[in-house]
Design a protein around this ligand. Structure first.
Ligand SMILES: *Cc1c(COP(=O)(O)O)cnc(C)c1O
Length: 421
């Protein structure tokens, strides 16, 4: 920025950024996480950062609970109830009353379970409606379902028609991700759910980019089933177990095809025939991976103290600041906003488009601003209110401007591809 007006503008912007940080009700939470000093981490929507005492908690689980408690720890250390206990705590974050969420397996596996359950609950209907831009793993899971059940077909919004056009008397289930992983666009959950159910179908939501990003109200929106990750906004650690929600009204009929003893009504009877648990536990399959639950449990201790309306409020402000600062950049840089301008239609990420997006993101990462890139040209910036300061957003956009101003990105190797997860 060379002319005097821009300088004055940026000085006053910086002043207001400092003011925003001073009055941020979530500011103190940042100190509870391990964050490298030399980086601005805008990828918490892909892998949330490490809560400070997770290492200690993992050590205690290994040394005391496993080392000393041995097999008794299944009861004395509460291992056995971990999937339901943590499920209820995640339930609070997604608007699910107790007894409707379990934590287990991965999002992809849980999606397979609920989609099969939903199909069986709509006999005579054979179509799954999803979205062409859905997260690929979700689409792969649906393709696997079709391989198993050849009478089933998948119809995709954005390829085969609009949602309204695709829903009909043959739709068994709609599978949508609330927040688009590329663009950050958010579906209106209540309206879409109603529309799907008016067609007589069941609604399955993927909440991978919703849980911990803003308040979700699955009960209030009368959602049928949902799945989601715990390693993104919830900071449960790499590959931490996912969650699955099945509304209580469906728990009698909904059956996972992955029958395992932990989902049996009485696992320790060791009966030869499967009998599903009467409650949400029927969506469990095998032995829970206890060592992977420990970091999530520690992270949920932070979430228990956080009000999600406050999180959303800060998320909207962080994103508005980001968009406002990007808007001021020279149009000649070739950046454009991919995410909706209207905060109500956005999750907690801002995506930008640039023709040389991969090289620009590589240059950003090299300069300590960690976002990610999604082919062909999308730069993603995750805005996680628990750990980010307004100052970080300001500094990140300043580095972005420098890279584009100096053409530094031209020095980056730019083969095709995405930055890692
Ligand atoms: C991240 C993500 C997943 C991840 O699924 P895993 O089975 O946990 O690897 C699934 N769906 C969406 C929409 C995602 O963004």
């Amino acid at each position: 920025m060379t002319d005097g007006t821009a300088d004055t503008d940026s000085v006053s912007a910086l002043r207001s950024v400092r003011e925003l940080d001073r009055s941020d009700p979530l500011a103190a939470l940042r100190a509870e996480f391990v964050l490298p000093d030399d980086r601005i981490y805008l990828d918490g929507n892909s892998l949330g950062p490490l809560p400070g005492w997770v290492a200690e908690r993992l050590h205690a689980v290994a040394v005391q609970e496993w080392g000393q408690g041995l097999v008794s720890s299944w009861h004395t250390a509460g291992w056995y109830d971990m999937p339901t206990r943590l499920g209820d705590r995640i339930g609070r974050l997604i608007g699910a009353g107790p007894g409707q969420v379990v934590v287990a397996d991965s999002t992809s596996i849980n999606l397979f379970k609920v989609v099969c359950a939903a199909l069986a609950m709509r006999p005579g209907r054979s179509e799954i409606v999803s979205e062409a831009g859905n997260f690929p793993s979700d689409l792969y899971v649906l393709q696997g379902v079709v391989r198993l059940l050849p009478e089933v077909t998948v119809r995709l919004v954005g390829r085969d028609g609009s949602l309204e056009e695709l829903l009909g008397g043959n739709t068994a289930v709609a599978v949508l991700t609330e927040v688009d992983f590329r663009t950050g666009r958010r579906h209106p959950m209540a309206d879409v759910t109603r529309c799907v159910q008016d067609a007589g179908a069941l609604m399955v939501w993927d909440l991978a980019h919703s849980a911990g990003a803003f308040p979700v109200d699955v009960d209030g929106c009368h959602v049928d089933m949902a799945v989601g990750c715990t390693y993104k906004y919830l900071n449960g650690g790499p590959g931490s177990p996912a969650f699955v929600y099945v509304a209580r009204r469906h728990q009698d009929q909904a059956l996972t095809p992955l029958n395992g003893w932990i989902g049996h009504d009485d696992p320790f009877a060791f009966a030869p025939d499967y009998r599903p648990a009467a409650d949400i536990r029927r969506f469990l399959c095998g032995t829970p991976a206890i060592l992977s639950y420990a970091p999530l449990e520690a992270s949920l201790d932070i979430w228990d103290r956080v009000d999600l309306d406050t999180v959303r409020d800060k998320s909207v402000r962080l994103a508005s600041l980001f968009v406002e600062l990007v808007d001021r950049l020279d149009p000649a840089y070739g950046l454009s906003l991919v995410s909706p301008r209207d905060a109500a239609q956005r999750g907690s990420q801002v995506s930008l488009r640039h023709r040389h997006g991969l090289a620009v993101m590589r240059a950003l990462i090299e300069r300590g601003v960690v976002g990610d890139f999604r082919a062909p040209d999308i730069l993603r910036f995750g805005l996680t209110p628990l750990t980010l300061r307004y100052q970080d957003v300001y500094d990140a956009v300043r580095v972005l401007a420098e890279i584009l101003e100096t053409g530094l990105w031209r020095d980056m190797p730019c083969e095709r591809g995405n930055t890692p997860t």
